[in-house]
Design a protein around this ligand. Structure first.
Ligand code: ADP
Ligand code: MG
Length: 378
């Protein structure tokens, strides 16, 4: 089911007595969610993700704009008639009911022509339980399950009516790291198997990047960028998106364009095409640095950190907007003993990979699109 959001806006009255301005939780949100895809709605806490989800579910009424499920305008339709499945962070299972009874619950409430026989209901509950692999736990109560198992029950309950749209609001936030990884793979598998259009809300960029067909990055109720996860990472529309995606985060510098050359401090680092002289902000992904004795950017060594496979060189640069510059220079066996044993404070030099370097307008923070290349002399 395609979901179309047209100029969707939600304003809340102010909760702050001193500041009477209303809160615009969702501002002119325009987006078509393609049929059968998994969309990651991503942004920091308070940016309006849950509000978007609750507008789609019908739990909230929009201040302006329309919502369509395919051809149907569902804007005025109450939640129970929209054909949605909802899963929340806190599972919200009925504690006194067994797993089977929890999953059956939405079916037992069907009325009129939708009403099912007991056998049909049990069959559907069994199917949903199998899909999320909890069919062996049907007679337990929620308190007899782990967090991950409880969340599976909640997902089964959301799926049992075969919803047109599945809405998940931070469903993994209460799980520990390992379960979070495992459950997100499960959600991906279930979504692929059922092909139900799914919107997955999270503040965790890695989570959204790893399972979504497309991500929508939000800030202050406004869509910043929509695209395939890798495309958004490789080509952020603005500084906010560039900073929000990626671990470790992107490194930021103040820079200048002079004679079609990009300078960081006094170092001429890259060539830019057809750009007037100006100040810019420079973002460099951690994997955009290559250690080299003749490198274009000189920094002061602050330390070498080994994290699992990756080696980070942590260094200092006067033009850096962050306290340190963090570069991932490869895997453990690729770092020379020489660099590894350099004393702190000694110079390290890097070449830069042009496609890992982005320029932003210092004021608007919008990306400046331009061709970036290695220096001619290199
Ligand atoms: P997120 O899910 O991204 O953390 P929310 O959608 O919950 O963000 O909230 C977006 C903004 O709307 C926040 O500033 C929040 O304080 C405000 N907000 C959410 N619900 C209400 C409400 N019922 N009344 C007033 N303000 C609200
Ligand atoms: Mg929320």
């Amino acid at each position: 089911m395609e979901v179309i959001l047209k100029n969707l806006t939600k304003k809340f009255p102010s909760r702050d007595r001193k500041n009477r301005n209303e809160v615009i939780a969702v501002n002119d949100f325009d987006f078509t969610i393609p049929d059968g895809k998994l969309i990651g709605l991503l942004g920091p806490s308070g940016c309006g993700k849950s509000t978007v989800l609750n507008l789609i579910s019908g739990l909230l009424k929009p201040t302006g704009g329309r919502i369509y499920f395919g051809e149907d305008d569902v804007t005025e339709l109450p939640p129970e008639h929209r054909g949605i499945g909802l899963v929340f962070q806190n599972y919200a299972l009925y504690p006194h009911l067994t797993v089977r009874q929890n999953i059956l619950f939405p079916l037992e409430n069907l009325k009129g022509k939708d009403k099912l026989s007991r056998e049909e209901m049990l069959k559907k509950a069994d199917e949903a339980a199998k899909l999320v692999q909890i069919d062996g736990l049907m007679d337990r109560k929620p308190r007899e399950l782990s967090g991950g198992q409880q969340q599976r029950v909640a997902i089964a309950r959301a799926l049992v009516k075969r919803p047109r749209v599945l809405l998940l609001d931070e469903p993994l936030s209460n799980l520990d790291a390992r379960l979070r990884l495992q459950t997100r793979e499960e959600i991906r598998r279930i979504q692929r198997e059922t092909k139900i259009t799914t919107i997955f809300v999270t503040h965790d960029q890695e989570e959204a990047m790893s399972i979504s067909d497309m991500i929508v990055v939000m800030k202050d109720g406004v869509v910043q960028q929509i695209g395939k996860p890798q495309d958004v990472y490789d080509s952020p529309a603005n500084l906010f998106v560039a900073k929000f995606l990626g671990t470790p985060p992107i490194n930021l510098f103040t820079g200048q364009i002079r004679n079609n050359t990009l300078y960081i401090g006094n170092d001429a680092v890259l060539q830019v095409k057809d750009m007037p002289d100006r100040d810019v902000r420079v973002g460099i992904r951690p994997e955009g640095f290559i250690l080299s004795d003749s490198g274009v950017l000189t920094c002061g060594l602050n330390g070498v950190e080994v994290m699992g496979r990756d080696i980070s060189v942590v260094s200092l640069n006067d033009a850096s907007a962050n306290p340190t510059v963090r570069s991932i220079v490869g895997t453990e066996n690729s770092l020379s003993d020489d660099t590894r044993h350099k004393p702190e404070g000694s110079k390290v030099r890097f070449d830069l990979i042009p496609r890992k370097v982005f320029l932003f307008d210092s004021l608007t923070e919008e990306r400046i699109s331009c061709e970036i290349q290695q220096l001619a002399a290199k």
